[in-house]
Design a protein around this ligand. Structure first.
Ligand SMILES: [Fe+2]
Length: 265
């Protein structure tokens, strides 16, 4: 992987292969600050998550980007431009996941070394690329709803862990201000309760026994177009567009199959 392929801006990866360039990142900030990018008008329908044949990916690709284009059609608090830029980033992680998957098939095992080796590099970056894709699918999948309050078993589980749904929302927003990458609410398979964890990078600090059911992206790229550096305003918009039905379905599926990953839809 060369420096031409990849560079780090702030807390996240951009590349010259269709994700975002440094110039684009700076332009996004400048445009947002200048009010050139407006907030979206009306409410969007729930996002479609069918495999995206329109992504231009080879049919043989092991990872295929899901279609979240419905989110660009007018969520209150998220402009189409914001979502489009974010989806571009997501598709970049899908592309890199496929690239690494293919390279792992032919990597030289004889040079394996824990200080540096192609195998070590591929294994580390595989978790970064795959988690970058999967966490984004969880995130986009639980956007496009109408916010409000959870119900049923999910509400009960949130209350058991945080006391009330109101306290949970306060906790979620506070966690969103505390992390640099992700906040994840998940089903803890060791104790059957809900847990929260935070990540500063896609492949750091995720406990292996917590299956995600609600994912919040707090990287600057998730809100810079619409809110500049005003993260609290973005967190309000996220909560307002949270799809509790999707979160409840993940919770229900994970309870019944706790050893497997929840659906990202
Ligand atoms: Fe993101």
């Amino acid at each position: 992987m060369t420096s031409k392929d990849r560079e780090i801006v702030g807390n996240y990866e951009v590349s010259d292969q269709g994700i975002m360039t440094r110039r684009e990142v700076l332009m996004m900030g400048a445009m947002a600050a200048g009010g050139l990018l407006s907030a979206a008008p009306a409410m969007a329908a729930a996002p479609g998550v069918a495999a995206a044949a329109a992504t231009g990916q080879a049919a043989s690709a092991i990872y295929v980007a899901k279609d979240f284009s419905n989110l660009t059609k007018g969520m209150d608090g998220f402009s189409a431009s914001q979502i489009e830029q974010h989806l571009k980033l997501y598709k970049g992680y899908i592309g890199k996941s496929n690239e690494i998957y293919d390279k792992l098939k032919e990597v030289d095992l004889a040079t394996a070394n824990a200080t540096y080796s192609p195998l070590r590099e591929l294994l580390m970056e595989e978790s970064f690329a795959m988690n970058g894709a999967i966490y984004h699918e969880f995130y986009f999948g639980n956007l496009g709803g109408k916010g409000g309050e959870p119900t049923g078993d999910l509400k009960n589980a949130l209350e058991d862990r945080w006391g009330s749904t109101g306290k949970f929302m306060d906790y979620l927003k506070a966690a969103g201000k505390s992390m640099r990458g992700w906040v994840v609410i998940g089903y803890n398979t060791r104790g059957s309760h809900l847990s929260a964890f935070g990540l500063d990078s896609h492949n750091m600090w995720a406990p292996a026994n917590v299956v995600p059911i609600l994912v919040l992206d707090v990287y600057e790229h998730a809100y810079m177009v619409d809110y500049g550096i005003e993260r609290p305003k973005y967190l309000d918009a996220f909560v307002k567009n949270l799809d509790w039905d999707v979160v409840a379905k993940r919770f229900d599926a994970t309870k019944h199959h706790p050893s497997g990953a929840a659906s990202t839809t």
